[in-house]
Structure formats: C-alpha cells, structure tokens
Design a protein around this ligand. Structure first.
Ligand SMILES: *[C@@H]1O[C@H](CO)[C@@H](O)[C@H](O)[C@H]1NC(C)=O
Ligand SMILES: *[C@@H]1O[C@H](CO)[C@@H](O)[C@H](O)[C@H]1NC(C)=O
Ligand SMILES: *[C@@H]1O[C@H](CO)[C@@H](O)[C@H](O)[C@H]1NC(C)=O
Ligand SMILES: *[C@@H]1O[C@H](CO)[C@@H](O)[C@H](O)[C@H]1NC(C)=O
Ligand SMILES: *[C@@H]1O[C@H](CO)[C@@H](O)[C@H](O)[C@H]1NC(C)=O
Length: 380
C-alpha cells in the first residue's frame, strides 16, 4: 500500500512502541547481481517511487510497473506510475494496466462488510465518494473507477500506458521469457498476481519468487487500543482489498514467497532523515524539498522493496505456513493466519515471514537510491 498523507490521520506517540528495531548480528552482504529482474505491481499513488528506485540502484532490471486497484483505482494508479517515472527521466520503464476490480470485492460489498464487522480507518479507493476531497487533490474513491484526478499526480505525464497487452499477460509473458529469473513484487492488492496464477498454470512456478507487502500477524490488540493512526497501521488493507486474490497468490507454487508484514511497520521516517535526504539534489529529493515530506506512515512498500533487492538485509525471519480467510461472514475476512506445517490447512504452503531488518542498512540504500537515482540514460 502506498497511502498518501491524509490530514485526518495524526501522528501520536503511541506509535513509538511499534518503532523499536535494533539490528541483530550476522548480516551477510549480498548485493544483487545485475541480471535480477522484477515486475513491480502496486496500487501506485503520488511519490510511490522508492521501490523502483531501490531496485534500479541495486542494478536490477525493472521490466515494468503494473497497476492494481487498492489505495487508488487502477486507472489513477497508472497515471501515478507514469508521473512518478517521468519525474526522474525513467519513462523507458513501461507501465501496464491491471484489473480494475478485485475478483469479488467492490466498494459496496466492502462498505456493507464494515457495517457488520466494524469500520476500517483507511479504505483506499473503496472509501465513499467525496467530491470535496477530490477537489483538494485526493485520489478518486468509489464511483466511476475510470475518472482521473490529475491534481493528485506529482506531474502531468506525457507518456502513456502500454496498449499492446495488460498487466496480467505482461507478467505471464515475462516469466516465460526469463524462466526462473523474474521476481514478482506486489505491494498492493494481489488481484493481478492471482489472475496471472489462474490464467496460466505454470506462471507461479516459472517466476523466481513473490515478495509482498502486507500480511500482518497478531496485531489485533494494537489495532483495538491504538489511535486511528495505529489502528490503520495494524489493518491489513492490502490483503483485505481482494481476499480471494490474496489466497490464490499466497498459496500458489512460486519457488519462494516472502512476506513483509509486521516488519513493514518497523521504520517510520523522521524529519531529520528528510532534512538529510534533501541535501543532495535529484529530481526526487527536489520534489520532496519543494513539497515537504508528505509522509507520516512507515516505509511499507519500501521495506518490502529493500528485502527484494537485498535479502541479506533481513536479520530475522520465520518459515511458516500461511492461509488467508476468505469467508465474507468472518471478521477476519481478507487477513492472513499462520500455521505450523503439521497443522496447516490443505493447499497452503511455506513462506518466509520477515520479522526484522537491518534499519541502518535500509536507510543507507534508500537514501542513496533517492539522492542518486538511475535514469534511462544509465539503463541499457
Ligand atoms: C547493518 O548495516 C550497517 C550499515 O551497512 C552495517 O554497518 C552493520 O554491520 C549492519 N548490522 C548488522 C547487524 O549486520
Ligand atoms: C468528505 O471528506 C471531508 C473531510 O474528511 C468530510 O468532512 C466530509 O464530511 C466528507 N463528505 C462526504 C460527503 O462524505
Ligand atoms: C498504442 O500505443 C502506441 C505507442 O505509444 C501508439 O502509437 C498507438 O496509437 C496506440 N494505439 C492505440 C489504439 O491507442
Ligand atoms: C527465498 O527467499 C529468502 C528471502 O529472500 C531467501 O533467504 C531464501 O534463500 C530463498 N530461498 C530459495 C529456495 O530461493
Ligand atoms: C526472531 O523474531 C521472532 C519473532 O519476533 C522472535 O520470537 C525471536 O526471538 C527472534 N530471534 C532472534 C534471534 O532475535
């Protein structure tokens, strides 16, 4: 998820309890080889550039960005992806349109579910339509998913979405082209990944791995007793946008699945970091300097991106079986549950569940990626 700054969500000291992260010993440096390839799927919003910048700076081949519906409607996400790339001279990276709707979920179903099971603080594109907020520059919510709010973009893109094929076919095509070499990174809803899994029985096994942001475990008490901000942080909206797709993707036979769940809440940017960051000018740091940090949330997608490009940044992880609750009548609809191997439900599989990363190293690579971003001129 790549939420944008919302005035109604306030930073509170309660979050400090979540922010503890002291690195554990025994990290091995292993900078990614230049042949690594990735398709980056996301519910793109303004400034959702950290993950592709991290991948490019680690020498990865970013084959394309694919847009999903989640925090933003897919068509708006496409515009964000194009704008985020163009700002830094990266329009040589193609953008593909994904599914507009989740497999079953709709804003109406999501609102009805909340009436039965309790409200969700951040509802992304499924929030009720609000013309006032849109006029203020927020991304469109509910209503017609094809309407675009250009005010929400970091710039007006002059480039266009690829029209040769869509996100799902693009992902499938790439794993056939480079068998065993393509990582699928998904930091929004898993609709496109699930559609690729169901469209082609070999898709998952031909990919190298799936790395996702989302999949929180044991955070109910934090969600129940925190401020709206803390509750939001502990709501698994990425998996909840499309519960059925989450289940399909997280039980598919990818050679490897890595989940940046709770760990994605472990680092929250500070004003000091932003101050240091903008001392070196790049198109991205310049934008941040001129428009303010605009960020009060943890480095969600960015931590998942760092884990993707530098697995050695992980200092503690657990192998566990994972399932997703797909009962609409359940208060846990769309959220994950972990199991011991011997007790796991049928059809589930083992995943790497990341518990901790090296925070110092994370800041190091993120800062460098933003201060010295690659451009198309650097890419062959
Ligand atoms: C964490 O990363 C920093 C910066 O690269 C490094 O100096 C340190 O040794 C790492 N810590 C561990 C525990 O690996
Ligand atoms: C739109 O959002 C604003 C700001 O959160 C809120 O005050 C207003 O009540 C909302 N309008 C509707 C129609 O929901
Ligand atoms: C598809 O994209 C190409 C290249 O940007 C463009 O020339 C062409 O007009 C587009 N076709 C349609 C049907 O939009
Ligand atoms: C799966 O991914 C994890 C995390 O990146 C890594 O530690 C592990 O070696 C990988 N396993 C395989 C079989 O590739
Ligand atoms: C790794 O993380 C798990 C879950 O937070 C924790 O129980 C365990 O003690 C940690 N292991 C080490 C070596 O820190």
């Amino acid at each position: 998820m790549v939420k944008i700054h919302s005035a109604s969500v306030l930073f509170t000291s309660a979050i400090a309890a979540l922010a503890s992260a002291s690195p554990v010993a025994d990290v091995k440096r292993d900078v990614a080889a230049p042949t690594n390839k990735v398709v980056m799927d996301n519910d793109y919003a303004a400034r959702a550039w950290n993950s592709f910048l991290l991948a490019l700076n680690a020498g990865w081949d970013v084959l394309g960005l694919t847009a999903s519906t989640g925090d933003t409607w897919m068509p708006q996400g496409v515009e964000h992806a194009l704008a985020n790339l163009e700002l830094g001279g990266l329009s040589c990276i193609p953008v593909y349109a994904g599914s507009v709707y989740p497999l079953l979920n709709t804003p109406e179903l999501f609102q009805t579910w909340q009436k039965i099971h309790g409200a969700v603080v951040w509802q992304g594109s499924f929030a009720p339509e609000n013309a006032t907020l849109e006029a203020e520059g927020m991304d469109p919510t509910s209503g017609d998913p094809f309407r675009i709010n250009t005010k929400a973009l970091v710039m007006q893109p002059t480039t266009m979405v690829q029209n040769r094929t869509g996100a799902v076919n693009f992902m499938i095509e790439q794993v056939y082209k480079y068998p065993g070499q393509v990582s699928i990174y998904a930091a929004g809803a898993l609709t496109n990944v699930a559609l690729a899994v169901r469209s082609d029985p070999k898709f998952a096994s031909l990919a190298k791995e799936l790395v996702i942001m989302g999949g929180y475990i044991d955070v109910n008490m934090l969600a129940a007793t925190g401020s709206p901000y803390v509750t939001d942080l502990n709501t698994d909206i990425n998996t909840m946008y499309d519960p059925e797709a989450s289940k399909i993707a997280l039980t598919a036979d990818f050679p490897n699945i890595t989940i940046a769940g709770n760990v994605a809440n472990s680092i929250i940017p500070t004003d000091e970091w932003f101050d240091e960051l903008v001392k070196v000018e790049s198109p991205y740091t310049k934008y941040i300097k001129e428009n303010g940090p605009g960020m009060i949330f943890p480095f969600w997608d960015d931590i998942a991106g760092a884990i993707l490009v530098e697995p050695a940044i992980v200092t503690n992880s657990t192998k566990v079986y994972i399932d997703v609750d797909t009962a609409w009548s359940s208060p846990s609809y769309g959220t994950v549950r972990a199991y011991a191997k011997d007790l796991a439900p049928m059809g589930t599989r083992e995943v790497n569940y990341v518990n901790k990363i090296n925070e110092t190293r994370f800041y190091e690579i993120l800062t460098h990626s933003l201060q010295y971003p690659k451009t198309c001129a650097d890419l062959s």
